[in-house]
Design a protein around this ligand. Structure first.
Ligand code: LYS
Length: 851
């Protein structure tokens, strides 16, 4: 039903709940359309709180009966929850409700996927299971009984009784309802064990559908590595006798950290060399780590309210990126994270959806699981660590765990542990949590040859936005090193701490004017404007000891070359190409790093830069410039690339490790370029010989782009028809590799394929996520891309509001484009907004985007 008056929730209105929950017992009698849930909850007044209003959340529930202390009552029920009179002293609330898991296509609460029951409660899904104070600051101990004709019946905590069609679970750790989970079905387990640092034996199980057993080994190894890493690096031990992970095909996001029972999108956990790419393996390892790390940063210490979401997500993303750096290459991980941050978070922070890392209001919290909360939230923690140093960070984290274990905490609590550990005042730093927008950092230089003094003058400015009309200066840790003319480092990295709008820093005692390498490691999430000459950038590209800035120098040269091609039609910069070739040939550099060097700024990145500098981006011109640049790279580097391909192609049995995947990244980047100049033979040969998905898929992509992919595409479909995760790739690749004028038609045609199950979020995203990120295709002047996406969002919204709302962000950059495109997009946005039953999720997103 359309919400007539969407309610806005404000951080400043926070009030604790007037009752405490001592214990919760839930009994589920499972049935596809008529599941009965009985709850028995021990409440007592929270005397620290004045208001004693007894309100329990509940949505889409059929109340069968309710009792207080054994006496039947008739509560006042609305579509949001219920209220009733309650005794002054402690009391027992009992209720029985009926729910319809099979009819639950929104995939929130208890629902069915491929014949199994599963749950997703974060953020506010538990209220679709039973009446409860569904808020993260209400924590309790849960006992769960499940009755149903299924071999596997799971819930949180430790198993206390198992029988035929019956199981009982007890979770001794008090938790909020959003961490509740239940799974039931005909599943098989891949099992292992882990001994914790104190010698506790933990049973580990990864539950999957029969047939998927062969895709579990990697996830299990990643889990054990995560458990070990959290002990070694953060001193955090696991705290139950059992840890279960379940793979589910229909899932709105990546995964969920329910206590002792993580539930994963099968795409985020199932892996095998034949069916998963190297990128899939790395992502799976990171997501398993992320959810596992939540056991401490999220579960043992949770959030007081949903405005504090970054407290658990930003910190946990930060922790999983540390883990990936340790498991793989720190430089490659940092660069990949920054590419992702610029692609998703900067776009969000510079458009109509901009919001602070800790938002101050929302209508639908599901709309705030954003790149800003997660990725910028992690950047803020990285900056904090840079400012206080590694030792103080470790001490502050120890204090955080000691002081707040068992709490529902806030950003204030988090910052206080850093203040108490270091004696620093973090009042100004806290603006990172309250201000939206990406700061711009301008750098100018002055050289005093007489004194040997080199001065950097830094100016920061955050563009105002609706979310933050008057931004104030932030604390910026800016890591800087100085390099001599010969490329040798004359001043090693040091952190400049900027707190004012404008500030100068002088380096003395220099023999000659140095070249400044500013913002090493991308030490703050800002847009940097540093007016280096081309020669200086070439020097950094050849010599910077900081791998991030070395890559960044190449990327900036690439961007400048592309912008000149777009706006002036000039040929790709030969000096940049020459310097890049030298880097590619440097066998001292890891292959994965060189593969990143071969990448170009994305179309969206170029569009944003153009818009930022006062130009209107033309998607077709951007596309043509990128193609021309790729052709020029292919021509200029052909023999180098051919040599790289032959030298690094992996013939050993497939391993998803950093070393092998780096080599494949490099040879596949080389293959993509070589196919442009040498024709399809090499790609066809790689396709025919591939024994792993990384080689197979990149060869298929190269063939498709070269216009020689039809045969391979048909073979691929025949080979993988029955593997839903591989078929997602098949669907996605055809759209992403389509020519701009065909992208919408290809997508549209795929929606008629018998295997296009649009109610499955992975499949929907495979087609429409690929369309939305195909810049020149989505923004094609015909407007076909806009109209097609709008048609399908209108269709999906009543079925799955969360995924619909998320996909609306494809339109968030609409103001960048010309008047004709703006008008076409507005027409589509209005068409979606006019749907008679638009969800709260989608209407909030669209009205924010529309402005
Ligand atoms: N907490 C989950 C994570 O680890 C995501 C939940 C999303 C709920 N809408 O990222």
């Amino acid at each position: 039903m359309r919400d007539a008056t969407p309610q806005t929730i404000y951080l400043s209105d926070y009030q604790p709940f007037g009752f405490l929950v001592d214990e919760v017992a839930l009994t589920f009698d499972l049935d596809p359309h008529k599941t009965r849930v009985r709850s028995r909850i021990a409440f007592r007044r929270n005397l620290a709180v004045e208001s004693a209003e007894f309100f329990l959340h509940g949505e889409q529930l059929t109340l069968i009966s309710a009792q207080i202390d054994g006496k039947p009552i008739t509560p006042e029920v609305t579509d949001r929850g219920l209220t009733c009179d309650v005794p002054d002293g402690p009391f027992i609330w009992e209720a029985e409700v009926e729910i319809d898991p099979k009819g639950n296509t929104a995939l929130e609460g208890l629902y069915m996927s491929g014949g199994m029951y599963c749950t997703q409660c974060e953020a506010e899904g538990f209220r679709k299971i039973t009446y409860y104070p569904d808020r993260p600051d209400v924590m309790s101990v849960f006992t769960v009984t499940i009755n149903g004709p299924h071999p596997v019946l799971l819930s949180n905590g430790n198993p206390v009784a198992q029988g035929q069609n019956h199981a009982e679970w007890h979770d001794p750790w008090p938790k909020p309802a959003y961490l509740f989970a239940l799974v039931a079905g005909d599943l098989v387990a891949h099992s292992d064990r882990f001994s914790t640092m104190s010698g506790r034996e933990v049973d580990l199980n990864l539950y999957v559908r029969p047939g998927d057993e062969g895709k579990c080994a990697f996830g299990m190894e990643a889990l054990k590595a995560s458990m070990k890493w959290d002990e070694d690096v953060y001193g955090r031990e696991y705290d139950l006798d059992i840890f279960n992970i379940v793979a589910v095909d229909d899932f709105n996001m990546g995964a969920m950290e329910n206590k002792g029972l993580n539930i994963f999108n099968s795409a985020a956990v199932l892996a095998s060399p034949e069916t998963s790419t190297d990128d899939n393996f790395e992502r799976i390892e990171a997501i398993i780590a992320h959810e596992y790390f939540h056991n401490w940063t999220g579960n043992r210490i949770t959030c007081r309210d949903w405005f504090q979401l970054c407290l658990k997500e930003g910190l946990t993303v930060y922790r999983d990126s540390q883990f990936t750096s340790d498991m793989r290459s720190p430089a490659v991980k940092r660069i990949s994270d920054v590419i992702d941050l610029r692609g998703r978070q900067f776009a969000e922070d510079q458009g109509p959806l901009a919001h602070p890392v800790r938002p101050e209001s929302f209508q639908e919290i599901n709309n705030f699981y954003t790149a800003t909360i997660y990725e910028k939230g992690a950047e803020v923690i990285g900056m904090l660590k840079t400012l206080v140093g590694d030792d103080a960070y470790a001490k502050a984290l120890d204090l955080y765990f000691e002081r707040h274990d068992g709490d529902a905490a806030t950003i204030e609590d988090w910052l206080k542990v850093f203040e108490d550990t270091t004696g620093r005042d973090l009042t100004q730093f806290k603006r990172w949590y309250s201000q939206a927008g990406t700061p711009r950092l301008a750098v100018t230089e002055a050289w005093d040859a007489g004194k040997g003094a080199f001065t950097l003058t830094l100016t920061q400015h955050t563009p105002p936005s609706t979310a933050t009309p008057k931004p104030e200066p932030l604390v910026l840790p800016i890591t800087v090193g100085l390099i001599g003319e010969d490329g040798a480092e004359v001043v090693p990295s040091r952190v400049l701490e900027m707190t004012e709008a404008k500030q100068s820093f002088t380096f003395d005692g220099l023999d000659a004017r140095p070249v400044a390498s500013v913002l090493r490691g991308f030490s703050a999430p800002v847009v940097l404007a540093h007016d280096l000459s081309k020669q200086e950038r070439l020097l950094l590209l050849a010599h910077d000891s900081d791998p991030f800035n070395r890559w960044e120098a190449g990327r900036t040269l690439a961007r400048q070359s592309l912008l000149a091609t777009i706006t002036e039609g000039s040929a790709p910069d030969a000096e940049w190409l020459g310097a890049l070739q030298a880097v590619l040939s440097d066998e001292a550099l890891e292959p994965a790093y060189r593969a990143l060097m071969l990448g170009l700024p994305s179309h969206a990145d170029l569009a944003n830069t153009l818009y930022d500098t006062g130009n209107t981006p033309d998607p077709a011109a951007i596309h043509d410039a990128v193609e021309a640049t790729r052709d020029a790279m292919a021509q200029a580097f052909a023999s180098t690339l051919s040599g790289l391909y032959d030298r690094h192609v992996v013939n050993a049995p497939y391993q998803p490790n950093a070393e092998q995947s780096g080599k494949r990244a490099l040879t596949n980047a080389a293959l993509a370029l070589l196919t442009r100049v040498q024709g399809p033979e090499r790609a066809q040969a790689q396709y025919d010989q591939a024994d792993n998905m990384t080689q197979q898929l990149s060869a298929l992509a190269a063939l498709l782009r070269a216009g020689h992919g039809d045969k391979a595409l048909a073979e691929f479909e025949a080979q993988w028809r029955d593997d839903r995760l591989v078929m997602d790739k098949w669907f996605g690749l055809q759209v992403s590799q389509a020519a701009p004028e065909q992208a919408a038609e290809v997508a549209q045609k795929l929606t008629q394929h018998t295997n296009f199950n649009w109610k499955n979020p992975n499949r929907f995203r495979a087609v429409f996520g690929s369309l939305a990120t195909h810049h020149a295709g989505f923004h094609h002047e015909s407007g076909k891309g806009y109209a097609l996406l709008a048609d399908w969002l209108i269709k999906l919204d009543p079925v799955n509001p969360q995924t619909t709302a998320r996909m609306c962000s494809a339109f968030q950059t609409w103001r960048r484009y010309d008047a004709a495109r703006q008008e076409m997009i507005q027409t589509q946005l209005d068409r979606i907004l006019a749907s008679p039953t638009l969800s709260r999720d989608t209407s909030e997103m669209l009205s924010r985007i529309r402005g």
